[in-house]
Design a binder for this molecule. Structure first.
Ligand SMILES: [Zn+2]
Length: 470
C-alpha cells in the first residue's frame, strides 16, 4: 500500500493516506476507507497487525449520540469508552462505519422513529411501524477493512452478538468479545433494556447496582475488560513494588462515621482490586480494617492465586474470630507485639511475627516492608485502611498508588488519604499519573517511584503530573 496516497484493493475498497489525530484518549492515526461511495473513518493506534487478536471496535455512526451528546442511546459513551480501551491496550482499531445511522435506516427515519418512541413504542416496534427493518446495517466494509489492515483475528468490543456473526461470516475470527463498561443512564435505560430483550444485546456485567455484594464475584466481563486494558498488572506481577489501593468518596472518606463501607466504589473497581491481589505476593492491612470489615483478602473476582495475608496489629487488637485467623484459604502473617499471647486454637495457616519494640509509637513502614520481604517474595499490596495507606505514602515507601474516587459524598466518616501535607501548593505531592474509568468511578494511578515509572515507561497515557504554570 502506498503510505501517502492510499490504495484500492480487489473488493473496490479505497484507502486514503493516514494522518495524525490527537484525541482526549491518545494519539491515533486516522484514514478513510471508501467502499461503494461511503467513506468510513478508521482510527488506529500501535501496531494492530502484530497483535494476536487486537482490540477492535466496529462503531455504527450515530450523529445524535456521538456528536450531539444525546442520552437517548449510549453510542457516545460507547465510542468514548472504546477509544479509551483501545488506547490503553496500545494496539487496536476503531472502525467508524458511516451510513449506519439508526441501525442503517438513516437520520431522517431515525428521528421519525424517535417521535414514535416518544409516543410510547419501543425501539423495535417504532421501526416496524415505519415499515423499516429492525437492523439494516451491513458489515462488509468493516470486514474488508480488517482484512486490509491484516487483522483477520480480533477481540471485539461490543455488546451485540449479531456483529460477531456478521464479521465471522466474512472471514474474521472473533477470538473474544468484550462488553464495554458503560453505565445505563435514566434517559436510555428503557432503550437499552429493549435492545437486550428484543435484539439479544448482552448487558455488561455489574450494570445493575442492586446485586452488588462482596461475595458476588460473577463479574467476568468487567474483569476481562480490565485485563485487556491494564498491562499494569503484568508489570506489578513481574516486580517487587510496594503498591497501594484505596477507594474513597469524592470528599475523601472510605466509610461512614459508623464504619459502613459497603460499598464506596463499584464492581469494576473491586475486580481491579482482586486483579492486583492476584499480582502480588503479599497483601497488607492494618488491624482497624480487620476489626471493621473482617476481610478475606483472597482473589475471587478473577482467576489467580491468593497472596499471603499480612495483618499489622502491634497491640493484638484483632479478634480471635477474624477470618484471616480462622480461615485457612490463604496463609496469614500476623505482625504483632512481643507480649501478645495468641489464641489457643490458632490455625496452622497463621504465622506470628513479632514486631521489634520501638521507642517511638509506631514501627516504620520501611521496617514492616523488610519483615514481609524476608518471608514473601514478589510485590506487596497495601490495601488499607486509610491510615495504613497514608502512613506508607507519607513515608515514601510506595512505588504505586491506585486511588479510586467514587461519585458519592459521605460528608464525614473514616478518612481516606490524610498525611501531614505542605503549606506551599507548589510543594504538594505531584507525580506522573494515569486515569482509568471504572464504570462510574475514576481511578487515578500515581507512579510514585522511579521503579514504577521505569516499569510503566512504555505504557501510553502517562501524564507528567507537573504543576501547571498557568
Ligand atoms: Zn446512538
Amino acid at each position: 500500500m502506498n503510505a501517502l496516497h492510499g490504495s484500492i484493493d480487489s473488493t473496490g475498497l479505497v484507502s486514503g493516506p493516514p494522518s495524525r489525530l490527537p484525541t482526549a484518549h491518545g494519539l491515533f492515526a486516522l484514514r478513510t476507507y471508501t467502499l461503494n461511495g461511503t467513506a468510513h473513518a478508521v482510527m488506529s493506534i500501535g501496531d494492530p497487525a502484530k497483535a494476536d487478536a487486537p482490540l477492535i471496535r466496529v462503531h455504527s455512526e450515530c450523529l445524535t449520540g456521538d456528536a450531539l451528546g444525546s442520552h437517548r442511546c449510549d453510542c457516545g459513551d460507547q465510542l468514548s469508552a472504546s477509544l479509551a480501551a483501545i488506547a490503553q491496550a496500545g494496539d487496536g482499531v476503531l472502525i467508524y462505519l458511516r451510513g449506519h445511522e439508526g441501525r442503517g435506516i438513516g437520520l431522517e427515519n431515525k428521528l421519525r422513529a424517535y417521535a414514535l418512541q416518544d409516543a410510547g413504542l419501543d425501539t423495535v416496534a417504532a421501526n416496524r411501524a415505519l415499515d423499516l427493518p429492525d437492523d439494516a446495517r451491513d458489515y462488509t466494509a468493516a470486514a474488508a477493512i480488517l482484512h486490509d489492515l491484516d487483522c483477520p483475528q480480533i477481540t471485539l468490543l461490543s455488546s451485540n452478538p449479531s456483529k460477531v456473526t456478521a464479521l465471522e461470516d466474512m472471514g474474521i475470527t472473533v477470538a473474544d468479545r468484550l462488553s464495554l463498561q458503560v453505565p445505563d443512564r435514566p434517559e436510555n435505560a428503557g432503550y437499552l433494556e429493549a435492545k437486550r430483550r428484543l435484539m439479544d444485546h448482552i448487558a455488561p456485567a455489574g450494570h445493575s447496582h442492586e446485586d452488588q455484594t462482596e461475595t458476588d464475584t460473577e463479574c467476568a466481563a468487567s474483569t476481562a475488560y480490565a485485563e485487556n486494558t491494564l498491562a499494569v498488572y503484568d508489570t506489578i506481577a513481574g516486580g517487587d513494588e510496594v503498591v497501594a489501593q484505596l477507594a474513597q468518596s469524592e470528599d475523601g472518606f472510605i466509610a461512614t462515621s459508623k464504619g459502613d463501607a459497603q460499598f464506596v466504589s463499584g464492581q469494576i473497581d473491586r475486580a481491579h482490586l482482586h486483579r492486583i491481589r492476584a499480582s502480588v505476593g503479599a497483601v497488607l492491612v492494618g488491624c482497624g480494617t480487620v476489626i471493621a470489615d473482617d476481610p478475606r483478602l483472597t482473589v475471587r473476582a478473577v482467576p489467580g492465586v491468593n497472596p499471603v495475608r499480612v495483618v499489622l496489629d502491634p497491640h493484638g487488637r484483632i479478634p480471635a474470630t477474624a477470618t484471616v485467623l480462622t480461615s485457612p484459604e490463604a496463609p496469614t502473617i500476623w505482625l504483632t507485639g512481643a507480649e501478645i499471647v495468641p489464641p489457643p486454637d490458632i490455625g496452622d495457616h497463621v504465622r506470628m511475627v513479632r514486631l521489634p519494640a520501638t521507642t517511638e509509637n509506631e514501627i516504620s513502614p520501611a521496617a514492616i516492608v523488610s519483615l514481609i520481604r524476608e518471608r514473601v517474595s514478589g510485590a506487596i499490596l497495601v490495601e488499607g485502611g486509610g491510615r495504613t495507606v497514608s502512613s506508607f505514602l507519607s513515608a515514601g515507601i510506595l512505588d504505586r498508588l491506585f486511588l479510586t474516587s467514587a461519585p458519592v459524598l459521605i460528608g464525614n466518616g473514616v478518612p481516606g488519604i490524610r498525611f501531614v501535607g505542605t503549606e506551599v501548593m507548589a510543594e504538594a505531592l505531584r507525580r506522573p499519573f494515569r486515569r482509568y474509568r471504572f464504570g462510574e468511578d475514576m481511578c487515578t494511578e500515581y507512579l510514585l517511584s522511579e521503579l514504577a515509572r521505569d516499569g510503566s515507561a512504555r505504557d501510553p497515557d502517562l501524564h507528567p503530573g507537573a504543576a501547571s504554570t498557568a
